[in-house]
Write a protein that binds this ligand. Structure first.
Ligand code: ADP
Ligand code: MG
Length: 898
């Protein structure tokens, strides 16, 4: 006979037939949320059963127990105290799980039999409402994708905690993935059964939670109408609408007890913003550093001087979605400039901003029915500061002509929700608790009924004191005490010694160590009155609070609009604060194809280097003239830095901010492309070179004459021949075919020859000098290509042992001398030769050089080389030097390999 196994899964139990009414209720609820872990509220605990219990006990190291232990079919079970649920929820969602929260929907005290229970919300990685597990300064986006490669993709993203809902259409898979990089969502929703999207997303964003959902029953239009009414801004593209409907449908399915706090949909055209793809975002370290993924050290970290969470989130959005039209950029600049010019007004504004809480998230929490008394009190205090903010703004704008367009940016709108602020402060006490269980958060004087109940309870307590005095007199026992416990309420305690004096009407309840406890009918009645009054008081407070919360929730859209204005003021004030403190300048932004920076700095590195340590640089790019700058110079000279600071200046300018420079002119860019540094994508299992080529291909496919392209040492990950050839062809293509403004750093000096044959190519180099045998970085960008790479000097700086350095210098001298008979130092591939070829041949010859006896005149040559400063040599003098050096050389090849 087969051994009998206990049913362990929900399905098995269903088959076997649930035993108790409670478990039947559990199974019914669980059937509604089969894809989620069910937190089933039992008293003060959330319990999990069956496979949920096994899974969660394993994930969170909880003790797995069982229900009905003694019985034949023990049910696996584990539980967590409800007040500690937050931490467990956070862990589970971080691991990508969905959790359904099932609450008791009735008061157990007032119910006979089983309390009604139901799921009130589902917590998923993209839909977390708990502000404490969220970073206040970062949005928490849920994204939905609609469509496929051939039609393009609708991409809609929603932050349920703030009500921010936007959508766009991405024409290609690549641009859809780029948009995801910019949004940086926690969870993505797409059509169940889409075979191509899932692996694509997994490869591109392995940490993103994927949620395939079945096709919606309702058409997109009716979903949108139901939730948003008519509040849709922007071009009504079908794919964007469908994606928005999908994200809303999914979000709504997680909020079973409350309406979504979403008031409007904004559809934007990707072309309305400066497009920043994944590489640009990562390589330029816009919001986090590349290696450690930290905010500190990023551009955002350097400029985020906002005082409020709403301001911080908006500034981040400005940074990731810079503008693309002159007029709105100038408008932001006008406001920033004003704030720069009025430091004391700005100070006052920022002080008030620091006192304003997260109006946006608090309003959303109210609408979702999760705001606590503490939340609403904070909201009330924040709203109460709006008049002060308005006043502080007056200091900034007082002498501005009313007609100026800039004024509307610096003034709060008419709506301050002042009646709501008043109501909140009149209803809730200042230090309202986060917990509603005990009441005590509604102000007295608000509700006569509440005040009466409070008096009954208080009066009851007074009566208790009276009874104590009276009973002491009646019994003649001065040590008689009236006390309270949870088991039988008020009681009289009398010490054992006085037991003879106990009156007959006392009913004995309990014996303790040295005393007896009694109750009287008078005490019991009073007890009943008091606890009924307490219960009624708590229930009434809760009702009043919930009504208030509903009222605030109904005003969510208004509050979001106010929050948006406050956020904008905070964002502008932060840009002004940075500009003021770090000496940024207002850039001239226009429709030209010129980027001209005078004394520009890198916003992050200048602060790392410290006061005066950073060397500013001038740079001019012009689509009609100096379109492609070929940047050469030794390793560590500052090539990458000067290129990145140019890209960052463009982004700062187009977000409406000032830039770190003495003067700046920025002709609008449509995209900023970068291929910077060793963007190792080893985590995705791709070779660096493949990644590099993929990114370069992406740039060449999408760059336009309006783009800024920053290419940093492409072609490094392969052989020299390949590398030069690829770099050469890419540079040519950018010059001849695309016409994008390009900064092109390369260690292939051969490329300098491009300037001879290509009209808009300019050579620039970051200078370094040799001084007493050491390399000195000047950090100065100068016209002309670098004439040598200083690689050995950098190696020395890096601490290579002196004899290795000396030996390297020796070999280098041989190689350079060996290459000399090939003609000029700079040779174009078109002419079919390259000094790098000489590298190979001469390396083969090195064994002979290496023989301890033969010096072949090398040390002498090296010494001579060390004494000259190449920067001081005219071409003619250099040629003569070469000839002389060559004469000193015994040609190693003449002897052949030993
Ligand atoms: P490269 O790309 O030429 O190898 P980087 O741009 O990476 O060099 O610069 C190397 C380091 O030099 C930077 O990390 C920074 O510390 C310093 N540096 C670069 N540019 C400057 C500058 N203009 N002024 C001061 N220090 C600089
Ligand atoms: Mg570099």
């Amino acid at each position: 006979m087969q051994a009998r196994r206990h049913p362990e899964t929900v399905a098995e139990v269903k088959e076997a037939g649930a035993t108790t009414a409670l478990m039947r209720q559990y199974l019914d609820v669980k059937a509604q949320v089969p894809d989620a872990i069910l937190f089933f509220r039992l008293g003060d605990f959330y319990e999990m059963f069956y496979e949920d219990a096994v899974l969660v006990a394993g994930l969170l190291s909880l003790t797995l127990t069982s229900r009905d232990k003694g019985k034949e079919d023990p049910v696996p079970m584990c539980g967590i105290p409800h007040h500690a649920a937050r931490a467990y929820l956070q862990r589970l969602t971080e691991l990508g799980h969905r959790v359904a929260i099932c609450e008791q929907l009735e008061d157990p005290k007032l119910t006979k039999g089983i309390v009604k229970r139901g799921v009130v919300r589902i917590v998923t990685p993209g839909v977390i409402l708990d502000e404490e597990s969220l970073d206040a300064r970062t949005p928490n986006y849920l994204v939905a994708i609609e469509g496929e490669r051939s039609r393009g993709f609708g991409v809609a993203f929603l932050d349920v905690t703030t009500g921010d809902l936007r959508a766009t259409v991405a024409a290609s898979t690549e641009s859809m993935l780029d948009e995801l990089a910019r949004i940086d969502p926690r969870e993505v929703v797409f059509a169940k059964g889409d075979e191509t999207l899932a692996p694509l997303l997994r490869r591109a964003y392995p940490r993103l939670t994927q949620t395939p959902v079945a096709a919606a029953a309702e058409p997109p239009e009716s979903v949108l109408r139901e939730i948003l009414g008519d509040a849709i801004a922007g071009p009504r593209q079908a794919l964007a609408l469908a994606a928005a409907a999908r994200v809303l449908t999914y979000a709504r399915s997680t909020q079973l007890a409350a309406p979504l706090p979403v008031a409007k949909l904004e559809i934007f055209d990707r072309a309305d913003h400066l497009v920043l793809d994944e590489q640009a975002r990562a390589h330029l370290e816009l919001t986090e550093t590349m290696l450690e993924r930290r905010r500190e050290g990023s551009l955002l970290g350097a400029i985020d001087l906002t005082r409020s969470a709403i301001g911080a989130r908006l500034l981040r959005r400005w940074l990731l979605f810079p503008l693309r039209a002159v007029a709105p950029i100038r408008r932001r600049q006008d406001a920033v400039e004003r704030l720069v010019l009025r430091p004391s007004g700005r100070g006052a504004v920022r002080k008030v901003l620091g006192e304003i809480g997260d109006i946006e998230r608090l309003a959303s929490r109210a609408r979702l029915g999760v705001a606590t008394p503490r939340d609403l009190a904070a909201l009330g205090r924040s709203l109460a500061r709006l008049p002060a903010l308005h006043e502080a703004l007056g200091l900034v704008t007082e002498d501005l002509p009313v007609t100026e367009a800039k004024e509307d940016l610096l003034r709060l709108g008419e709506d301050r929700a002042s009646e709501l602020a008043k109501k909140l402060s009149e209803t809730l006490i200042d230090e309202a608790p986060a917990n509603t269980k005990e009441g005590g958060f509604i102000r007295s004087g608000l509700s006569p009924e509440l005040d009466r109940l409070r008096q009954v309870a208080a009066g009851g307590r007074e009566l208790v004191a009276e009874i104590e005095t009276r009973e002491r007199e009646r019994t003649g026992i001065p040590s008689l005490k009236v006390k309270y416990n949870n088991v039988f309420g008020y009681y009289i305690e009398i010490t054992r010694a006085k037991m003879g004096q106990v009156p007959a009407d006392y009913q004995r309840k309990q014996t303790v160590a040295n005393a007896e406890r009694f109750v009287t009918s008078e005490l019991s009645d009073l007890e009943g009155d008091i606890s009924r009054a307490e219960e009624q008081r708590i229930a009434l407070e809760l009702r009043l609070f919930e009504a208030l919360r509903t009222e605030v929730g109904a005003a969510a859209a208004r509050l979001q609009a106010i929050a948006a204005q406050v956020a904008a003021i905070d964002g502008l004030a932060a840009l002004a604060e940075v500009a003021h403190h770090h000496g940024y300048v207002r850039p001239v932004v226009d429709e030209s194809v010129t980027i001209e920076l005078e004394a520009a700095r890198h916003p992050v590195i200048e602060r790392l280097v410290g006061d005066g340590g950073f060397v500013p640089n001038d740079l001019k790019l012009d689509g009609d003239d100096a379109q492609l700058l070929l940047v050469t110079g030794p390793n560590m000279a500052g090539k990458s830095t000067v290129m990145r600071q140019t890209a960052l200046a463009v982004i700062l300018a187009q977000m409406g901010g000032f830039v770190p420079a003495r003067s700046a002119r920025i002709g609008l860019c449509d995209r900023v492309f970068t291929r910077v540094g060793a963007g190792d994508n080893l985590s995705r299992g791709e070779s660096t070179f493949l990644v590099e080529m993929r990114e370069t291909a992406h740039i060449l496919r999408h760059a336009t004459a309006r783009s800024l392209v920053v290419l940093d040492e492409i072609g490094r990950g392969t052989s020299t021949y390949d590398g030069v050839s690829i770099a050469w062809a890419v540079a040519e293509h950018l010059h001849d075919k695309i016409g994008a403004r390009t900064l092109f750093a390369t260690h292939y000096h051969e490329l300098c020859a491009l300037a001879d044959t290509h009209r808009r190519v300019r050579n620039v180099s970051v200078a370094a000098r040799e001084w007493k045998g050491e390399i000195v970085f000047l950090r100065q960008l100068t016209p002309g290509g670098a004439n040598r790479s200083f690689g050995v000097d950098v190696a020395k700086l890096a601490g290579l042992p002196p004899d290795v350095v000396a030996r390297a210098r020796g070999i280098l001298a041989t190689l350079e001398a060996g290459g000399a008979d090939r003609g000029p130092q700079t040779v174009s591939p078109e002419r079919g030769t390259s000094p790098q070829l000489g590298l190979w041949e001469a390396t083969q010859a090195t064994p002979a050089v290496a023989s301890p006896s033969g010096d072949d005149g090398l040390s002498e040559i090296a010494e001579a080389l060390r004494r000259v400063d190449p920067d001081d040599l005219s071409p003619r003098a250099a040629h003569e030097l070469l000839v002389r050096l060559r004469e000193k050389l015994t040609d190693p090849r003449a002897r052949g390999p030993s």
